[in-house]
Design a protein. Structure first.
Length: 183
């Protein structure tokens, strides 16, 4: 894909030492991945490449925001992103992943495509429970209309269906079974 071409780091012609790269990651990046949970965001990535004779060290520094959907009110909000990651690329005979942070690449390879790593890092940083942060007064940032609807549903009768058993339920017949104890 043309949009991901910038994420292919050509290291073969680089001298040994440190090299800096900078990326602005947004909707165009996430649109390149069919099953992305993230569709909008504004993340700045500072990438430092330390090239050594037998290894490449990539230091990723992410800062910005990702738009996520609140689990409570279903409204979109901005989740702040600020984290760092490091990956080691060692040279070897064939491409293998020794650990999640150590990858072996063939000696003849001349570039590393970091787009998949960027995609994975940003998805791994997403919180498991996504809820609007509270404001300065400690009030929820969620949509008040939606919260009122959820509260009305919770108190209005959601429990009326679960409190009394259904007549003729499949497991009613099991209640009458008696088993002998083997002593």
């Amino acid at each position: 894909m043309e949009e991901l071409k910038a994420y292919k780091i050509e290291f073969m012609g680089l001298s040994s030492g440190n090299h800096q790269f900078s990326f602005d990651i947004g909707s165009v990046f996430f649109d390149c991945f069919a099953h992305s949970e993230i569709h909008h965001g504004d993340i700045h990535l500072d990438l430092r490449l330390e090239k050594e004779e037998n290894m490449l060290v990539f230091d990723f520094d992410f800062n910005g925001w990702i738009e996520v959907v609140c689990d409570r009110c279903l409204d979109a909000y901005r989740e702040e992103v600020a984290f760092e990651r490091r990956i080691y690329f060692k040279f070897g005979d064939e491409h293998t992943e020794q650990t999640e942070d150590i990858i072996v690449i063939p000696h003849e390879q001349s570039q590393v495509d970091i787009s998949q790593y960027v995609y994975e890092f940003l998805h791994l940083v997403l919180p498991l429970r996504r809820v609007h942060p509270d404001d300065d007064q400690g009030r929820s940032g969620c949509d008040p209309d939606m919260l009122a609807r959820v509260e009305a549903y919770n108190t209005g009768g959601a429990h009326q269906y679960t409190e009394k058993p259904l007549e003729g339920a499949p497991f009613e017949a099991l209640k009458s079974l008696r088993f002998k104890k083997n002593n």
